[in-house]
Every structure is written in C-alpha cells, then in structure tokens.
Design a protein around this ligand. Structure first.
Ligand code: TYM
Length: 382
C-alpha cells in the first residue's frame, strides 16, 4: 500500500493499517461518525455492572456505536455476545492487551460468550515478509496471550481464519458480494497496486459479527470492543449485515496506548525496541526499555524539576499508569499531584511503572505457560 503524507501538525490518519500523526479523538468521533460515551450511557452500563471499569471512568474507552440499543435488547432478555480479535503478525504487546483487559471485564460482568478471531489471512495479505505458515503458527502463539487474560473457557471460542475457513468462507462470500471496490478504497487507502486479497479481506472480519447467529439459527446482538483503528472494518460491516438479514453489530472503542518513546501514533511493532513492551519481555528488558526510552515530562535537572514540577500529561510512564496499570483513582491522583509539584522525580515515577508492569507480566507469563495445556478447550471446532 502507498503511504499518504501527513501534511501538517494537525493532520493525522487512522485506518486499520496506518496510524499516523497526533490523533485528535474529538475530530475522529466526527469523521468516523461514532458516538462519544457520555454520562447517561455510563449510568446505563453501571446499572448492569454495579461499578464502572477504570477505562470507562477515565474516558479511555471513549466512543461507541449502538450501545444504547444493545443494552435495551439486553434488558429485554436478548443477551449479546462479544467479538474481538488479533492480527497475528508477531509478538503480542501491551497495546493489544489493552482492549482485551476490558473485554474480559465485560465477559465477567455480563456473563456472555466471547468469539475471538485470529486473522492469519489478513496478516499474510498485508505484511510483505510474512508467510502464511508463519502467520498461522503465530495465531496459536498469540492465542496463549488471549487465554492468559483469564477468559472463561466455557464461554470463549477462538477462530483461526484459515483453519476455520470451511465455515467462514461461505459467509464471507455473502458479505463480499455486497461490497464494491469503491467502498473499500477510501476506508483502507487501497490503490491500483493493492493485492486483491487485501480488497476481499474485510469480508472475513465481518463474519464473526454474525456467525453465532448463523450457527444458532437465531439473531443474537453482537458487541465488539476494539481500539478506534478497527472502526473502518465495522462501519462497512454495519452497512452490509442488515442486507443479509442480520443485526448491525454494536461497538465500544478505546484510544491508543502510545509508544514508549512518546512518538505519535500507536504502540506498534515497527518501533519494537524503543516503542514496545511485549508480553514475553523479561523484567530486565522492561526495566531497561523504560529507563532508556520512556518519554518523560520531567525537567532537565533535579533542581529545575523540584522547582517547576513535571508534566504528567505528556509523560508516557504516567500515561501507562493512568491507562493500564493503576486502576486505583486515589493512588493515581496522588502520583499525579506529587509529579506535578516536583515532589516526585521522573526516576521515581519510572520505578513505580517498572514494578507495576513486572508484577503484571510475571503473572501473565505464568498463565501464558499454563495456557499451553488448555489451548484446545478454547479453539472453535465445527
Ligand atoms: P491487531 O492485532 O492490530 O490489534 C489487536 C487489538 O488491539 C488493538 N490495538 C491497540 N489498542 C490500544 N493501543 C494500541 N497501541 C493498540 N494497538 C492495537 C486493536 O484495535 C485490536 O482491537 N484486524 C485486527 C484483528 C481483528 C479484530 C477483530 C480486532 C479481527 N477481528 C475484531 C478487533 C475486533 C487486527 O489486526 O488487530
């Protein structure tokens, strides 16, 4: 795919295949036609969950499509299922776990099924140097990270696109017949040299949004948690599914966990060393990466920092605590206050984050290892 230039500082771009520039989420809400999650919706969610996840309280899950409808159906006894996924192109990093942590909370609170799609086909088609065999193998490696999040094995089904193609292909065909090239061109940035597999692919990502309805021969509402980069796929899906006699899927969308080095865009595999913490990183790697690369909002010298204080709004370590690793609002507020006033130094803030991530990863890696024994229970078979 040909990369388009991001022209000015206020210019940014979000597609499933490129996130560039400084993303303005309020503008994105307008451009994508998604709805902001407001206090009224939060109250409706809270009615069912009893409490609000910190990612909702802090506006990290910030937008949605049709959540009001989904909750109305739920209240009528028409339970939904969850659908999310992963494009297995390499190791899983903290950015990927981010929507999965929230998805796990939704599964626990609503007691619903999760359908998890591994798109080995997508990554083979979109990545220049990835073989189909490697993408397929990576799907099963990445599935261990999904299972390690603690999803309920009785209520969770992992689909691997190429291995479940027999079931999925027929449904993808029905979707693809309703999509023209001009519909996908602008959404995904395709051009004359895009391969034709890329052009077809979005039909495969549409399928899990209605597959459980096809299997059970009964229409079931679907809720898709994801970061906002995936919205173009589901905007199309929502246009097509009613034409095939299915519900439009609802979605709940989060912003991006930034790269460690504070660069624009999302945490992604292109800046592996300075931008990304993988779930398989050792405690030493985590410590080294954060100390060396985590973009700091602190002052140049300790004296200046004590005098002027730090800026948590741009400090990546603080942002990681806020977005992922410090769910306790009171503790987070204390860190913010101390950092802003200059009482807490950058080194101390980084140390808090290193400990939090390493505690989290120690547990995650243990569960990831155990997941190898349970993989089979999660794989969808038909
Ligand atoms: P993938 O593998 O790029 O990403 C998996 C999930 O992680 C989200 N994500 C992030 N969230 C926060 N911060 C980040 N830095 C960050 N980077 C990635 C993605 O939005 C996604 O939710 N095509 C998809 C796979 C897929 C899928 C789905 C995703 C298939 N069906 C349904 C979501 C919902 C992909 O390549 O995701």
């Amino acid at each position: 795919m040909v990369k388009k230039e991001v022209k000015s500082k206020n210019d940014f771009k979000v597609t499933p295949y490129e996130v560039e520039g400084n993303v303005d989420y309020s503008r994105l809400i307008k451009e994508f036609g998604i709805s902001k999650i407001d206090s009224k919706l939060l109250d409706k969610i809270k009615k069912h969950t009893g409490e609000l996840h910190f990612m909702l309280r802090r506006g990290i899950f910030f937008a949605h499509r049709d959540m009001d409808w989904l909750l109305e159906e739920y209240e009528k006894g028409n339970k939904f299922f969850l659908y999310t996924g992963r494009g297995p192109s390499g190791k899983v990093h903290l950015g990927h776990l981010f929507p999965w942590l929230f998805t796990k909370w939704l599964q626990d609170k609503f007691g619903v099924e999760l359908w998890f799609q591994m798109t080995d086909d997508e990554k083979f088609l979109f990545k220049d140097n990835l073989s189909l065999e490697e993408a397929n193998k990576t799907a099963y490696e990445n599935a261990l990270d999904v299972i390690a999040m603690g999803f309920d094995p009785k209520k969770t089904k992992i689909i691997v696109d190429t291995d479940n193609a027999g079931l999925m292909y027929k449904e993808a065909l029905r979707v693809s017949k309703k999509i023209t090239f001009s519909m996908v061109r602008s959404s995904f940035g395709f051009n004359e040299s895009s391969n034709i597999g890329e052009i077809f692919y979005t039909s495969m990502q549409a399928v899990p949004a209605f597959l459980p309805s096809v299997i059970s021969k009964k229409e079931i509402p679907c809720l898709i948690p994801h970061a906002v980069d995936q919205d173009p796929h589901f905007r199309l899906t929502r246009d097509i599914l009613p034409k095939l006699g299915h519900y439009k899927p609802a979605s709940i969308q989060c912003c991006f966990l930034p790269p460690l080095n504070g660069m624009e865009g999302k945490m992604g595999t292109t800046n592996e060393e300075s931008g990304v913490i993988n779930t398989t990183d050792t405690p030493e790697e985590v410590k080294r990466k954060i100390n060396k690369y985590a973009f700091s909002g602190g002052q140049a010298t300790i004296e200046e920092h004590r005098k002027l204080g730090g800026n948590p709004d741009v400090d990546v370590s603080f942002q990681y605590l806020k977005m992922f690793f410090e769910p306790d609002d009171a503790k987070l507020a204390k860190i913010e206050k101390d950092y802003r006033s200059g009482k807490m130094l950058t080194g101390e803030l980084k140390q808090i984050l290193i400990e939090k991530i390493n505690t989290f990863l120690k547990e995650h890696q243990k569960k990831r290892e155990e997941a190898k024994k349970h993989l089979d229970k999660f794989l969808f078979k038909k």
